[in-house]
Design a protein around this ligand. Sequence first.
Ligand code: NAD
Length: 324
Amino acid sequence: MALSITRRKVVVVGAGAVGATYCYALAQSGLADEIALIDKNDKLAQGQVLDLVHGQPFIPSVNIHLGHPSDYSDAQLIVITAGAAQHPGETRLQLLQKNAAVVSGIVDEILEQNSYAVILIVTNPVDVMTYVALKRSGWNKGRVIGSGTVLDSARLRHLIGDHCGIDVHNVHGYVLGEHGDSQFAAWSMSNVAGIRIDEYCPMCGRCANWPEELNRIEQEVRHSAYHIIDYKGSTYFAVGLALVRITAAILRGQNSVLTVSTMLDGEFGLRDVCLSAPCIVSSNGVERIVEHRLPENEQQALFSSATFLKQALALYGTNETGPQ
Ligand code: NAD
């Protein structure tokens, strides 16, 4: 029987801080056979590629090269990190419009190449950009997804583990909704060593007022990016690793449950909005949303997040986002 060998090829669009850090982590992971890096600033992309390939003797075998739109045609995964950062005096809406134009332009180039890849959006505001890219592509909703709150969920797990003095790998925690201010920690789904957080905390006795402590942790997750941006201008290490985790699920068909941003179609009573929910992620992107009954307060928080995102889309004008 003939063996079917598929090269695991990833195209990364945007060679800035996030794109380059992701490439660096991905190259070391051994997950990809080929990584193509594209940026409208050709010199930047070329410099990042040279810097990365010089590390090849120290990492698993991988072909890293400067990309071209033709690379979309045989990629398994296309990761879009291209976009502008918010400038002083610029509104979120102005940034949204600028980045929507960037993302739409890249999706158009992907469509021209008859690509069968999964598209993973990272560019912020990521939930709105995922919606824009999905509508523009006209593809099946599972194939165009956003990195969503995978990073925020990691931050939550780190903070719970740190606070409880427990290995982060024994902590499960999920942040749902917008990758932004309206996100929330789904405590009903969070556990330490399989024990629900509201059972574990009173038992642990590490803090005097555990509900207050959980509230503080949730706020800290929500404000993490602001703190890091204040300190050093932008965030890229943890998001780079979060992207590698999503990449593993897709390239290896792992059926991993990850809080990526996905189009809801009736799940949780919501539709026509992209936001983070627990999703089964595999070779085709989002295979299925793990829909379950959230407690009333968390369901309300999800509704509020969806309302906020729909307002952002309405301001942007979704009529501009259809396939052309
Ligand atoms: P950056 O400015 O360092 O890099 C962006 C790159 O995109 C630049 O090199 C620029 O030349 C390139 N670019 C712009 N338009 C392009 C186009 N049309 N085609 C190809 N390349 C293009 O920014 P960064 O720090 O790498 O952040 C990238 C994006 O990721 C931002 O939108 C940021 O907000 C977002 N981000 C998302 C998360 C998340 O969890 N979703 C986390 C961190 C950052």
